[in-house]
Design a binder for this molecule. Sequence first.
Ligand SMILES: [Zn+2]
Length: 117
Amino acid sequence: MDAQRLAAAKEELERLRQEVLREVRATGDASRHLDTDDVPDLGDMSTRSYDRDVLYNLSEVQRQKIRDIDTALELLEQGDYGICVRCGEEISPKRLEVRPFSRYCIECKTEVERFGE
Ligand SMILES: [Zn+2]
């Protein structure tokens, strides 16, 4: 992978990271609001706990995304960016464009999803 492409990938990863952090902050505000609005009303409780689950899941997804981005940035520093961590083959540039924090090539990704890591 050439230097220009690596620089572009780094920029994109840092932009994505900022984006997720902004989302996390927005979610944090929303959950604080829910906590202060803790009225013991049974009829309302199931809806509220559902909201909380959604928020919890959302932030879990965001945490995972940050981890993926950080890993990609680390690989970039080491010069291993764009290489599948499972089989060592190059990840297709098209795939990296869509998902710059991909750690697996498309073949491995499919297998990992089906059979686990
Ligand atoms: Zn692979």
